[in-house]
Design a binder for this molecule. Sequence first.
Ligand code: UDP
Length: 410
Amino acid sequence: MKKVQTSKKSLSQFIDVVGEKKIDEIVSLASELKGLRVLHINATSFGGGVAEILHTLVPLMNNVGLKVDWMVLDGSNDFFDFTKKMHNSLQGKEGTISEEEKKLFLRINKANAQSLKEVDYNVIIIHDPQPIAVPKFVDFQDTKLIWRCHIDTSTPNEEFVEFLNSFVEYYDASIFTLKRYAGKLRFRKIYEIPPSIDPLSPKNRELTPNELKASIDKLKVDTNRPLITQVSRFDPWKDPTGVVDVYRELKKELKDLQLLMIGSMASDDPEGWTMYEELLRYIGRDYDVKVLTNFHGIESIEVNAAQRISDVVLQKSIREGFALTVSEALWKETPVVGGNVGGIPTQISHGVNGYLVNNIEEAVEYTKILLTDETLRKEMGKKGKDIVKEKFLITRHLLDYLKLFRDLVK
Ligand code: UDP
């Protein structure tokens, strides 16, 4: 395993965003936990929501007096092929596990566990299925172990659930985005903690006019014409071809419409490239559709700009743990049309800060309502920001973690 270096962050910077009272509450609770040694383990330091969160959560935990590290798993391509299959099956896709795959999974987890033989942490948080078997290979003695699940495991493929259940005995507790996701997983203690965004990160902070202009140049969109955007890994559950269908239907009437699709390639997601190529084929020669990735230099600032300048952001997922992209867009006062699945309805109230949709027809209908009514877009955008401020900022997330640590170690 490799340690991830994160940049320094200071909790006091958030006073202007959430107010002194909330910050004081965090500081006070953290003082009870001063020096607590915590380790986060996940599969990748870049691409996807978990890495996004840890880049802020880890430095903030350190800033409030805990001693926190973050390590990422070393895995081979065939390991990540299997864990992506596992991810898909846990979200309900058909599939079986072969004995070879089980052996491969355990072998890689065991090899990674070697890095933990000499360490001493009070709490270890293991994110998602990829490293779930690590504790099988280390005698952690007094360390409290937590499994943090970021995916929607409420209607999973049974064979994969049973496989995960063979590791629950090593854990003291688990965290799910929604309690109901725990489904048939037999963890001792279940905590519900929704994810969050960092309002001050390059992804979400205000941009200077120069940054905005430079980003628009890179995104190659025309800001004088209507724009809809989806930001997502290229993953079947995010329904990228469905997004193209929605655009095509709208384009029949709104001739000026542009579609921007931004996707990053995460190192633990080998499906990304295949999906990307398929998507380009599906789009064909429509110059009003732009498909951009981190390989085109589209990083956090450009994603930030895209979410800001879009008239409507889509998140047309058909399964979704949470979708940070929804809160990210709402924070920028852009209304979102999102799939009525998983964690999306916790962020979007239908008709208040966007719309929840169950199919392409509904996505077309509601995106059109927004595209043709600027006042409504503004109103909904404002309400969207309020909801994120109340529920989905990193400060609330940090406080939830501290409460959990107090529960487990005291
Ligand atoms: N993301 C990004 N660039 C991309 C695609 C995604 O920075 O091209 C970020 C996105 O802004 C969000 C995260 O990756 O912060 C995706 O998290 P989400 O919870 O939406 O989905 P996940 O990938 O974890 O399923």
